[in-house]
Design a protein around this ligand. Structure first.
Ligand code: SAH
Length: 392
C-alpha cells in the first residue's frame, strides 16, 4: 500500500491525486524495442542482460555493473562506466544502446507535484508525475500512450490508444523521475496510475517491474508498487500468480452494472460480479488489502444509496476505499461533488467499518491530477474500434 494515502477521513487527508494487453505487444512497439543494428539494453531484465553479454562474448557479471550504472547512477553513456575495461566499453558502444525517454517539459505545481512530459524514441509523448510527501515520495507512471478504456470522466481516455509502451519505456520513466528528483538512491513508491491501462499491456508492464526489481539496479520491492486497473479479469487472474506481485487498486467507480457500463465501458465485458469474484480470489499478503478507487461524480454515483450498495458489494473482500472527487476537465461532462456530499458518502462507509480515504487533488494547476494526463490526440476511433482493441 502507499503509506500515507489512507489517512483517517476526519483529517480530510492528503495524497496524491494524480494522475491518471493487449498481451501481445504491437509490431510497432516491438520494432522500437529492437533497434535493427544495436540492441537496446534498457529493454532487458537482469537475466536477459547476462545472457546477451555472454552470447556476445563478454562475462555475465558485467551485467551487474551495467545495471548499477544505469539504475543506481543514472548513467547511460558506456564511456562513463569506469569499472569496465576500455575495450569492453568501446565494444558496448558499437553493439548496444541504452535508450531513455527525453524530458521535453518539467512543470512544477504550487503543491510541489512535478509533471514531466517525455518523448519516446518514435517521437510519441507521455506524461509522468512526481508527487512528494504523501508522506513518501511517489512516482506516477504511464503504461501506454493514450488508453483504450474510454472512461467517461478521464481525459486520457479521450485520446484513444496510440500504442503500448515497452518495458524499457515504462521502467525508463522511473529512471528519469528518480534522476530529476535526486531520488535514485532513496526510497520511493510507484503507482501505475498514469496514462493507460496496465493490464491491457500486461507483459511489458510485468517485465518493467522485473527490471525495476533488479537487485543491482533500483531493487524496488513490489510492495512499493501499486497497479491500478479498470478490472480486466483475465489480467487479474494472471496477476494473482505473479512472483512479483504489486499492490492492487481496482477502479470501481459505480455500484450497478448499468451505471458502471456508462462510466467504464469495459464493464460490458467484465462486469462488477466477475471483477469482485476475481478480487475475492486474489491472494493477499498478511495485513494487505485491495484498494477500490471510486471517482465521485456529482449527482451521478455519489448518493447515500450508492455508498450503501458499495458496502454490500465489498463484503467478504479485504478492501479499502479511496474516494477521488472528480478532477474536472474541458470536455468531461461531469462535475465535482461538494465536500459535504463526499463526506457523507465516506461516513457511510466508515460507519460500516470500511477504511476510507479521500484523495486530495495534487498538481491540478499543471493538469497533473488523476485523469488529466493527455499529450496528443490519436486518430479518432469509433466505439467498436476501441472495444476491438480491448478484446485483443
Ligand atoms: N487505467 C487504470 C490506471 C489509470 S487511471 C485505471 O483505470 O485504474 C488512475 C486513476 O485515476 C483511476 O482510478 C481513474 O479512474 C482515475 N481518474 C481518471 N480520470 C479522473 C478524473 N478526471 N478525476 C479523478 N480521477 C480520475
Amino acid at each position: 500500500m502507499i503509506p500515507g494515502v489512507f489517512l483517517p477521513i476526519a483529517k480530510n487527508e492528503t495524497r496524491c491525486d494524480l494522475l491518471e494487453s493487449a498481451a501481445r505487444i504491437s509490431k510497432k512497439t516491438r520494432d522500437i524495442a529492437l533497434s535493427p543494428d544495436r540492441h537496446d539494453l534498457a529493454e532487458l531484465e537482469p537475466a536477459e542482460l547476462e545472457a546477451l553479454l555472454q552470447a556476445s562474448g563478454s562475462q555475465r557479471f558485467h551485467a551487474r555493473q551495467i545495471y548499477r550504472w544505469i539504475y543506481r547512477y543514472g548513467i547511460t553513456d558506456f564511456d562513463r562506466m569506469t569499472d569496465l575495461s576500455r575495450t569492453l566499453r568501446a565494444r558496448l558502444q558499437t553493439e548496444f544502446l541504452i535508450s531513455t525517454p527525453r524530458v521535453i517539459s518539467d512543470e512544477l505545481s504550487v503543491d510541489g507535484t512535478r509533471k514531466l512530459a517525455l518523448e519516446l524514441s518514435d517521437g510519441r509523448r507521455i506524461e509522468s508525475v512526481f508527487i512528494p510527501d504523501t508522506p513518501s515520495m511517489t512516482f506516477c507512471i504511464s503504461t501506454q500512450v493514450g488508453c483504450a478504456m474510454s472512461c467517461g470522466f478521464c481525459l486520457t481516455g479521450k485520446m484513444g490508444l496510440v500504442r503500448n509502451l515497452t518495458a524499457g519505456e515504462i521502467a525508463g520513466q522511473v529512471r528519469v523521475l528518480a534522476a530529476a528528483t535526486d531520488l535514485l538512491q532513496h526510497p520511493f513508491n510507484i503507482v501505475l496510475m498514469g496514462m493507460g491501462e496496465p493490464l491491457h499491456n500486461y507483459d511489458q508492464t510485468m517485465k518493467a517491474l522485473r527490471i525495476l526489481h533488479g537487485e543491482h539496479g533500483l531493487a524496488i520491492s513490489p510492495r512499493r508498487v501499486t497497479l491500478s486497473t479498470v478490472g480486466i479479469v483475465p489480467g487479474l487472474e494472471r496477476l494473482a500468480s505473479e512472483p512479483l506481485m504489486p499492490n492492487l487498486a481496482v477502479s470501481l467507480h459505480a455500484t450497478t452494472d448499468a451505471q458502471r457500463t456508462a462510466l467504464v465501458p469495459p464493464n460490458t465485458r467484465y462486469p462488477l460480479a466477475a471483477i469482485l469474484e476475481a478480487c475475492r480470489r486474489f491472494p493477499l499478503k498478511k495485513r494487505s488489502r485491495i484498494t477500490f478507487e471510486y471517482v465521485m461524480l456529482d449527482e451521478v454515483n455519489d448518493s447515500p444509496e450508492d455508498a450503501r450498495r458499495l458496502v454490500k458489494l465489498l463484503s467478504g473482500i479485504k478492501a479499502k476505499v479511496n474516494l477521488i472527487p472528480l478532477n474536472p476537465a474541458p470536455g468531461i461532462p461531469y462535475n465535482r461533488p461538494s465536500d459535504e456530499r463526499v463526506d457523507r458518502f465516506a461516513q457511510i462507509l466508515a460507519d460500516r467499518y470500511i477504511t476510507v480515504s479521500v484523495r486530495k487533488s495534487r498538481g491540478r494547476d499543471i493538469r497533473a491530477a488523476c485523469g488529466q494526463l493527455i499529450v496528443e490526440r490519436g486518430p479518432k476511433k469509433t466505439a467498436a474500434q476501441q472495444m476491438a482493441l480491448l478484446l485483443r
